[in-house]
Design a binder for this molecule. Sequence first.
Ligand code: FAD
Length: 373
Amino acid sequence: MNTTRMYEFAVIGGGMAGASIAAELALYARVLLLEGEDAPGYHATGRSAAFWEECYGGPGVVPLTRASGAYLGELGFLTPRGALYIGRGEDREAMEAFRASYQGTGVQIERLAPAALGERVPHIRPEWSEALHQPACADIDVAGLHQHYLAMARRNCAEVVTRARVTGLAREGGAWTITSERGETWRAMTIVNAAGAWADGIARLAGVQPVGIAPFRRTVAVLRVDPPAPADLPLVLDINCGFYFKPDAGRLWLSPHDEIPSEPCDAAPEELDVAIAIDRFQQVTDWRIAAVERRWAGLRSFAPDRMPVYGFDPQIEGFFWFAGQGGFGIQTAPAAARLGAQLLLEMAPDAMTAGIDAAAYAPARFAAALQSA
Ligand SMILES: Cc1cc2nc3c(=O)[nH]c(=O)nc-3n(C[C@H](O)[C@H](O)[C@H](O)COP(=O)(O)OP(=O)(O)OC[C@H]3O[C@@H](n4cnc5c(N)ncnc54)[C@H](O)[C@@H]3O)c2cc1C
């Protein structure tokens, strides 16, 4: 007799993507969530800069971010911050193009006068005169949201297994047999690939053609500045993607907006990237840096077109992609997970997902390119 447990859905990866979709699926189905590390959230999810910024990820991601806003706000995971995209005189055209690219998306972006910019960002150098204000931007309680989804999954009887690194996937008789590196096995009708930077590797294990999910390293340094950063400082982003910074308990979280190609791994910060961040920061402000207190890095994983990949694989039955969340996987999690669950359960869109065009994120969009490759 085969005693291996059988599930409708086996979600691989316990970061924000896996936890959120497992929680949505567990409301209706028998779900298994497998995480390779000792605790879920160790990789990209535990390393984010924790903001919800409507423009982040580009116009194609806006529907997911905006659709997630009400859920995040109602459950208390957002704290208002506001964002400023800043530039110099020569960036005026780029700023107008940026603003124009969001027209019709519902994102509110306003021009800010140079004097107002000086008031909002202390110590800013005068040549940084241009600013676009995005008032809806907020901080996200990432750990709170992740725990919320894990708790919701468990409450609805999903089985969450850690130290369960998946090393084998075999499909037989309409179901998958899943094997971990410790030799455990499970069976499931459908695999949900939420393995972040490792998503292409999971596809290979299943005999599925990878879509080309590529991890890129992103660094954050925590600066002690003198005077301390005011709590109401907005998130400040370079219009040319050279840096961003935001306050936290008097410190500044600063990123050089790096995007260094990487293998899937436990990413660590490089001193050079921290030095680049500081150099760029000093070109923007004359704020005194007293110390670099902490630094970390994580992997942001992108599909070739930088849009997320949500949907059934067009070739291999029972394999669902939930990957490529890039730099927006936290702020889009509620709507993405709801959409993913609706696609898996063949449910109609609801109020949260009604405005989202699922076809824009379907893995089938890569099929033609992969066939000709
Ligand atoms: C520095 C930085 C700043 C960011 N800032 C923001 C932000 O402000 N706002 C925002 O929305 N997003 C932000 N992001 C992006 C966000 O963190 C990611 O999009 C999101 O965390 C992706 O979640 P995930 O679950 O797909 O990936 P992960 O959190 O990496 O989870 C994938 C999981 O899969 C597991 N896994 C892999 N292979 C296997 C296997 N074989 N078996 C079992 N488990 C496996 C891994 O152990 C891992 O836990 C940032 C990212 C970084 C790095």
